[in-house]
Design a protein around this ligand. Structure first.
Ligand code: GSH
Length: 215
């Protein structure tokens, strides 16, 4: 795949764990980029300019030269595929390893994000907009806790999702697990240890700064 670190890169979106994924990937990969600091509730995601980039009107979105990519996991995988050579963050090319990598990514996005954290966000934090649904929120927390046990079993004694090396799957997994901790969902000790490993990374700390909502 043709890559060009010099192409102008713009990250749209700040202030949420889903935008953090992209800032974190950018910083791990030492990429220079500009930020368009729109948030998810300020109306910046509803403008015609942004809607042309991302018709879902959701953040994050990335522009890399002429290419526009949305969906946080797709962005992380695009960036690590294109620019992950130097930092050994490319998704695996060998078929079985790639299947395991994809398993982690889809597991994080479906079981730990869309099916659980996002339900809690919608019907908990944002209940004034989306309606109260306490049973759905309670069930989502229980399902997350159960799937966290599954994540711990899959991780086993490995330091990272794919073993010895840190990859985009760890960006996805970490940003889901920190979301659970903020909501006081219990996590197995091995995942807490995992989180101390991943969140102590310098790039994570820098990305947390870059992802701050500007007021
Ligand atoms: N599937 C998308 C979800 C992105 C998403 O839900 N973003 C939220 C902020 S965390 C958003 O932009 N919400 C605006 C809205 O729902 O109107 C992804 O993983 O990138």
């Amino acid at each position: 795949m043709a890559t060009n670190r010099e192409k102008e890169k713009i990250v749209w979106g700040v202030g949420t764990p889903r935008t953090l994924r992209v800032h974190w990937a950018m910083t791990e990969l030492n990429l220079d980029y500009e930020t368009c600091p729109i948030g998810s509730r300020g109306g910046g995601n509803l403008t015609p300019e942004y809607t042309a980039l991302n018709p879902s009107q959701k953040i994050p979105t990335v522009q890399d030269g002429d290419l526009v990519v949305s969906e946080g996991a797709a962005i992380v995988n695009y960036l690590t595929t294109c620019y992950g050579g130097e930092t050994n963050m490319q998704p695996p090319s060998e078929l079985a390893e790639r299947a395991r990598y994809d398993m982690w990514c889809f597991f994080c996005m479906m079981e730990l994000d869309a099916d659980t954290l996002y339900i809690i966000r919608r019907h908990g934090d944002l209940h004034a907009i989306y309606g109260e649904a306490p049973n759905a929120v309670r069930a989502a927390k229980e399902i997350f806790a159960k799937q966290a046990q599954a994540a711990a079993m899959r991780l086993g004694l490995e330091p990272y999702a794919m073993g010895e090396r840190f990859t985009g799957a760890d960006i996805l997994l970490t940003t889901c697990l920190t979301g659970a901790l903020r909501r006081e969902i219990p996590l197995p000790d091995s995942l807490r240890d995992y989180l101390s490993r991943t969140t102590m990374r310098k790039a994570y700390q820098r990305a947390m700064q870059a992802n701050q909502l500007r007021v």
